[in-house]
Design a protein around this ligand. Sequence first.
Ligand code: ATP
Length: 509
Amino acid sequence: METLVTLCKRRGFIFLSSEIYGGYAGFFDYGPLGVELKNNIKAAWWKDFVHGRDDIVGLDSSIIMHPRTWEASGHVAGFSDPMTDCRETKKRYRADQIFVAPVWVAEMVAGAEAQFIGNIAFMEDASADEILKRAKVLRDVADKKHFKVIEEKLAEKREFDTIPEAELASILGPDATKPGSLTPARQFKLMFETHVGALQDASSVAYLRPETAQGIFNNYKNVLDTGRVKVPFGIAQIGKAFRNEITPRNFVFRCREFEQMEIEYFIQPDADWKSLHRQWIDTCIDWFVSIGLPREAIKEDVHPQEKLAHYAKACTDLSFKFPHGQQELEGIAVRGNFDLTQHQQYSGKNLEYFDEEKKAKYLPHVIEPSFGVDRAVLAVLTAAYDEDEVPNDKGVPEKRVILRFAPKVAPYKVAVFPLLKNKPELMERAQRIYKKVQKRWPAFWDAAGAIGRRYRRQDEIGTPWCITIDFDTIEKDGTVTIRDRDTTKQVRIHEDEVTAWIAEKMGEN
Ligand code: ATP
């Protein structure tokens, strides 16, 4: 993760928000390359799920909505995470993201009985080494010598918020030096509050939306009444969402301000939701593969029935092998008609759909694929990052850092280099080619330094092709070289064929 974070900052993909003030936890800014990458991911999603389908239409709803929306959706009453505080370190944790394991030690002297000396709490992504090191803190507290921690026992972990209060005194917090510092778990509200209008009292409280989905439910009737949609159909939306996360961590994986790409796909109440859910899961996996994620890094995590919300029929998360572990990338839930029922009740408006074929009125059920843009960016960066060795200008093998982006998400598709900077004929011809290419794709101009170094700079930002204009171009036959990022192989083609060549590689012909 650290390698990625450093690369992202160095090459202008992602910065800490308000960095000049020391950063602001949970907020990030996308730099010149990051915004291109992120926009390309969003554009690919919109193209595939909205423009590429006859049954889904788009929407862009407001971030701040009528506060009743969030009462109806259940967020005001229930959108919270369990939290625990450490009295010793003053740190705060999400109680369902720290685990507690009993520490058993055995005397190294053969035959001695294993002995329980306390519990340790650790973050869900802690490594086995870190956990063991922490377990040893307890041994020191217990002031025992020649003891060996029994590692297998550490696997007997429980979520912190399931631990009875009476046991808390024996638990060593994730960063504490003495047991007993963690407070009992209590609920922490995740919605950011603000006030709308001149008065700042309880009547003017409003919320920054914690998900884009409710904007879709709010507009479902508008879309029905104005469009030509018929159940089954979907409404898609890309936009910002805000959650006051207790522990924003792991770079852009968990932020307080982030972007979502969500679809509410409305189906008949008696539709075969199981097979539709399956289709959506497959479609989403295929889509992630199309933007460059290896299929084998994506896993399906089925929510157990007892952990589902009462109205939900099923939920499958797609998780990805991020640098900090296999974690949720997208959720695909079957939500029944809970949301529309609630909004119908809270707004007093009839939201029923009249099905011409069935001659029946009903509130459609929904399947909700909910993608996180920032997690998709992190996943694409993780999948693309690679290091290998290629010969430098002198033929000596040299390490290179490379982002193997799928061309459609790469910030720049092409870079154009004149072989030498101080030759006006080369510069002029290269500029002409550059301007032509730039009309169709984001292109990068670089005339500085040795060609090998220029290639390396493009490899590191994931530009798939580099075009070099040399003396053959201007004196001989008008050909240029195009060098492939992944194979480093070069082809020579006529300058007039460059755009068609790139278009073909981009699958745009
Ligand atoms: P988690 O369990 O990781 O908190 P969640 O189950 O609450 O996530 P959902 O409410 O299902 O997440 O949101 C749908 C998607 O939105 C997630 O799969 C994720 O991609 C994205 N997402 C949710 N919370 C965040 C966040 N704090 N930062 C970045 N992306 C997020």
